[in-house]
Design a protein around this ligand. Structure first.
Ligand code: ADP
Ligand code: MG
Length: 270
């Protein structure tokens, strides 16, 4: 069970080969991170899952069913999608943005709003913000709303396209931590797209590093990739110095702070 890409290719009408013969399986309740530079076919691959893009060859299966056999509209509503730039409706209040899909699925307005309020809390927002319009929130808050909206219909599958790409590094780290915590509670099957290898390693149970043309440079757990980069391309992408970034702890006000070889803090020992 899970999501399976089976030999998918995508050639756009202008002849651009975005993805060539890509195969990969995402087991249920796990997170796959697709990582690569701009134009490596990440968005194209992700959108094949909810049929926003149809592959030229090959097929995508969810729980062993070819997505082409499924009704497009029903499929899209059953999959949570966090697009690259939030995609919130600017003229609808935050609460109503989150409640959109449950309402389309026939849930009553009161029930949809109640669930939406709970979800806002779950993603770390004060439910009182539900009354605001998206433009009245910070970029990081808007991304939290986008995650809440994607979760509103309680989908098994969540697609996230560079969900935290447009926020500053500190907020970004906070959003990543929140997603890790949420995922340990919810156990969705997630395909996450990012150009940031650190984000891929932090959030992905399995990571696929893509080259231009949707070619797999390496697939594996973060540990496997760091331990044995497949080639120079992967070594460069992962950061040649990563293996040498030996960690040590320093004492700071009675807490043990973990720092890397450049004395950059990476965390606190609990
Ligand atoms: P990524 O998400 O990794 O940046 P994309 O999947 O968006 O990459 O794009 C992969 C390649 O396909 C790029 O070369 C891009 O320019 C091209 N591409 C994407 N969408 C289209 C389209 N609708 N028509 C033609 N080429 C496209
Ligand atoms: Mg993209």
């Amino acid at each position: 069970m899970g999501i399976e890409f089976r030999g998918v290719s995508k050639t756009y009408p202008d002849g651009t080969v975005a993805v060539a013969e890509f195969s990969c399986t995402v087991p249920s309740h796990r997170t796959l991170a697709l990582v690569g530079t701009s134009g490596s076919g990440k968005t194209t691959l992700m959108r094949m899952v909810n049929r926003m893009i149809e592959p030229t060859h090959g097929e995508v299966l969810i729980d062993e069913r070819d997505v082409r056999e499924l009704d497009k509209v029903a499929l899209r509503r059953s999959i949570g999608y966090v697009p690259q730039a939030g995609g919130l409706l600017p003229h609808r209040r935050v609460l109503d943005n989150v409640a959109t899909v449950p309402l389309l699925n026939g849930v009553t307005k009161a029930a949809a709003r109640a669930t939406a309020g709970e979800l806002l809390e779950k993603v770390g927002l004060d439910p009182a913000l539900g009354k605001r319009y998206p433009g009245q929130l910070s970029g990081g808050q808007q991304q939290r709303v986008a995650v809440a909206r994607a979760l509103a219909a309680d989908p098994n599958v969540l697609l996230m396209d560079e969900p935290f790409g447009a926020v500053d590094p500190i907020v970004r780290r906070d959003l990543q931590d929140q997603l890790v915590a949420l995922q340990s509670e919810l156990g969705k099957t997630i395909v996450l797209v990012t150009h940031d290898i650190d984000e891929a390693f932090k959030l992905g149970d399995e990571v696929v590093i893509l080259k231009t043309g949707g070619i797999i440079a390496q697939v594996g757990t973060p540990q496997e990739i760091v331990a044995a980069p497949a080639d120079d391309f992967v070594r460069d992408f992962v950061g040649a110095d990563r293996a040498e970034r030996t960690l040590r702890t320093v004492d700071h006000g009675g807490r043990r702070v973990v720092v890397d070889g450049d004395d950059r803090p990476v965390g606190v020992l609990g």
